[in-house]
Design a protein around this ligand. Sequence first.
Ligand code: PBG
Length: 331
Amino acid sequence: MTQQTFPLTRPRRMRKQLWQRELIAETLLTKNDFVYPLFIMDQDKGTETIASLPNLYRLGRYDLLKECEEVTKLGIKAIAIFPRTPQEKKDRDGTEATNPKNLVCSAVRAVREQFPELGVICDVALDPYTSHGHDGVLIEGQVHNDVTLERLVAQAITLAESGCEMVAPSDMMDGRIRAIREALEAKNFSDVCILSYAAKYASAFYGPFREAVGSQGSLQGASKATYQMDFRNSDEALSEVGMDIAEGADCVMVKPALAYLDIIAKIKQTFKVPTFAYQVSGEYAMIHAAAKEGMLPLEKTMMESLVSIKRAGADAIFSYYAKEAAKILAA
Ligand code: PBG
């Protein structure tokens, strides 16, 4: 290609009018791209504010269904449900995770019954259920991989039995995708999808989420860095994704999103599988805090970050901004 130069080339010609900019825009963000994460609590009715997540609430059973109605009306295709487990139901092994009547399983049944078209995605990980806040079983101060696998498999099956059609292991144990896939196949859940949090980094951006589900204060023993990835690494993300696809993952997740756009792009280009990104709680809180201080415009910053995640290669985005963004996109 011969490279022309100024003044023959003037990229600004194509930026002059809105109609030109609209015609040549490469990235299209739509309401169909979002998964809306929701927090639930053990109450029939009512909401609870979450200090570090402005405008988001823990929802009682009735309020969850109300929220699903709104989400559906906005055209959002799926939600992800996260529980705040009452303290007295937490223990060292996270046994509540496999109680078919736990908060999440009951919520899945209720939502599936009333909103059969709405996708419901559930985390597979023990952290909302363990007294120490880790995603796995703690043995002598270490998160034990293989013992945890058995618990995760049982949790995934319990979720599938409740009607969850997409389980999302977010624990980062080795070998969990194969273990869960084989168990789902064996139990006749061959249609249940696995969304693997394959490239999940040990990140400071999860802080507000841990407040929301109440796993923050309790975090004891080993650091989550013994299972979540080191944020200095990107080859490792590719190798994790490769392994999870080989083990039977249907789609993969990169988490967090905005500080990991390079990872999203590499994974999408390398594997060409459905790639999700999680714009995590800290990303949401950060934009909100800056907007509150008058430092950044909320809507524009939110839309720019969502579009950039899509532009990097994400097919779908978990975002606490899903509702607000869907409203703007519909306008
Ligand atoms: C738990 C889990 C976490 C998030 C989703 N699933 C937190 C963690 O690993 O500590 C974080 C989501 C967010 O910050 O919005 N396995």
